[in-house]
Design a protein around this ligand. Sequence first.
Ligand SMILES: [Zn+2]
Ligand SMILES: [Zn+2]
Length: 437
Amino acid sequence: MTQSFYKNNVININLMIIIDLASKILADGYVCDHCLGRQFAKLLSGYTNKERGRVVRTAVCFALETGDKIKIDPVNLQGFKFRNYKVKKTKVTECKVCEDIFLKVPEKAERVIENIKDYEFDTILVGARLSETLIDNEEALWELVGIDFCESIKMELSRSMGQFITTEIKKDLDRANPQLTVVYDFLEDDFEISVGSLFIYGKYKKLKRGIPQTKWPCSKCRGLGCDSCDWTGKQYKETVEELIAAPVLDETEGVNSKFHGAGREDIDALNLCGREFVLEILEPIKRSVDLKKLEKEINKINKDKVSVSELASSDKATVVSLKEKKADKTYIAVVELDAPIKEADLKKIDVLKGKVIMQQTPERVTHRRADITRERKVLDISCEFVDPKNIRIRVTGEAGLYIKELISSDNGRTEPSVSALLGVGATVTALDVVDIK
Ligand SMILES: [Zn+2]
Ligand SMILES: [Zn+2]
C-alpha cells in the first residue's frame, strides 16, 4: 500500500528522497535532531535545523507506522508512541556526529557573555572552532548521504552561539563590520575576543614646528630604547598623533592608536589650515565618547602645539578614501639665498606658474622611497622680496610636489627650480601649509 502511495504522486517521490536520506542517517547509531535537520538545511527557510530534524524524524516514524520497510536504529525513535510499529527499548546515547555539542551551547555562551560585558558595543560576530573528530564524523555522514541539502556543523554551531548571545544581551549580529568578534574553541574550551577599532574623524592644525605627524622610532635603536632617546624609543618626544590620541585613549581605554592623515606636512612645517585625519583607537573598551567635550580637552591640553576641529565618528571606509585623496596644497616658504639678488629678478620665477616640474626623488627621502622621477605641476606661485638675500614664496602645487626641492633644486634633481632660475643657491628655512584643497 505504501509503495503505490509514493509511486502515484509526483510530489511524494521527493518526499521519498527525504525518507530515504533520513533512513540512511538514522540506520545505525543515534543522530540528534540538529545533525539530522542539518542535512536538510537548504530545504525550507524559517526553521532551525533542530526543528527540521524533528519534522524529518516524525515523517520517518509515520513511514514506519504505515508499514514502510526502512531500517531505523531504535535508538533514534525514543519518545515516539507507535500504534502499529514495534520498537525495541534502548538506552539514551550521545549523538554520533556532534557528540551532543549543541547541548553545551547555553553554558559556553553564558561564559562568553560574562567576559564581554565590560566592553561597550552594539554589534557582534560569533564564530566556533571545533575538533577534527567532529568534522570527520560529519564527513563520514556526508559520504553516506551526500551533501545536496546540507550545511556544515561549524556553521550551525557558530550561528547557535551567536543567536544565544545576541538574544541574551540584546545586541545585533553583524557579519561585515562587527565591533566585537568572539571565536569559541570547543576543543580548547576557551575563546578569543577581538575588539574592532573605533574611528574618529577630524581636522588638525599644527601650530608648532618640529613635531612629526606620526610616531617615529629612534633612529639609533629603532624603537627599542637607548641612551640617545632617553629610553623612550622615540626620535621625537611629541607627535601630532600622540598629542591628539592621548586624551582619546584615556577616554576609551583603548590599548593603542593609529593615525591616518590625508597626507602630511614636513616635521618643521606648520599647518595652519587644517588637515583631515582619522584617528583609529585599537581595542577600545568604551565607544560612546562625547566628541565635543573631547575636542575641547584636546585643544586645551595641546594649546599652541596642535588643535583639532569637526570631530565626528567615522569608519574604515573613510580611512581608505582619505588615503586616496589627492589634494592641492598651498605653502608659504621662507627662503634664504646664498648671494644677493635684486627685486626685479623675482620676475624670472613667474615662468614656474602652470609648469610641470620634473622631480627625482629628493636626496633626503631616498633611503625610504624608490629613486624615480615624477612630474608634478606648480599651479600658482608668487614671491615677496624681503631683502637681497631673503624672500618669501607662496606656492600652490599638485599633491606630492616637493616644495623644498622646487626651491633649492636638490643638486639639480628638480628641474626647473627657483634656485636655477635666480642663479643663486636657495634654501627653505621655514615652510608652512596654509591651504589644502
Ligand atoms: Zn548531533
Ligand atoms: Zn633610541
